[in-house]
Write a protein that binds this ligand. Sequence first.
Ligand SMILES: Nc1ncnc2c1ncn2[C@@H]1O[C@H](COP(=O)(O)OP(=O)(O)OP(=O)(O)O)[C@@H](O)[C@H]1O
Ligand SMILES: [Mg+2]
Length: 222
Amino acid sequence: MLYSEFGMRYFGHSENYWVDFIMRLKDMRSRTTGVGSEIGVTVMELGNGKRRKPNILVTGTPGTGKTTVCTALAEVTQLRHINVGELVKEKNLHDGWDDELDCYVINEDLVCDELEDAMEEGGNIVDYHGCDFFPERWFDCVVVLQTNNTILYDRLSRRGYKDSKLSNNIECEIFQVLLEEAKESYSEDKVMPMKSDDIDDINRNVATLTDWVRNWPLPSQS
Ligand SMILES: Nc1ncnc2c1ncn2[C@@H]1O[C@H](COP(=O)(O)OP(=O)(O)OP(=O)(O)O)[C@@H](O)[C@H]1O
Ligand SMILES: [Mg+2]
């Protein structure tokens, strides 16, 4: 199946959207030549001559496969995988437990302070089910994983989520909350929605992102 066909089927985007998306990926690949595509220029400016490696944010509703993709991508690219949920627990970057939502109340300021140096250095893959509180300048690429509702329901049920948590997360996916949040928080040319229903999707997403990382220019080359 063509990328544009599955895009239409799963995301409701037109073929033109996907042609444009693929063109953008090609632009990213060709920007090491220094021929200033809009995206290439944006990335260079964001890198600001400081970051030698890109920062990627992988976001999406819980259960869409962020940690799975980030782990594989970090392994292949040797970038640093930062699982924000784990970091919050390890370093107590929260304001206690929310019984109703059944999760920690993340302290966004503490998280941003904790991550600032690493993000300035570059070379990070940040894994979190939210994206609107990170500084926009941190990321060169924002991946939003999306999963079919029935598949996601099964994954989250297997985790033993209680009913309210399960339905909150499924609603979040149905209404594409994370995609909207990403588009509102980052320039649209950085936001990459990616389907994450099956193993083939994992392989394709990791391959696409690996390619993107490998072609990200060092400041000295740009
Ligand atoms: N594309 C996929 N195809 C099949 N199974 C997948 C896929 N992505 C993830 N999974 C499986 O779904 C489950 C949830 O994946 P994962 O823990 O990576 O999600 P997550 O987005 O990191 O969730 P959370 O936000 O709760 O940390 C795991 O059992 C994983 O193996
Ligand atoms: Mg995870």
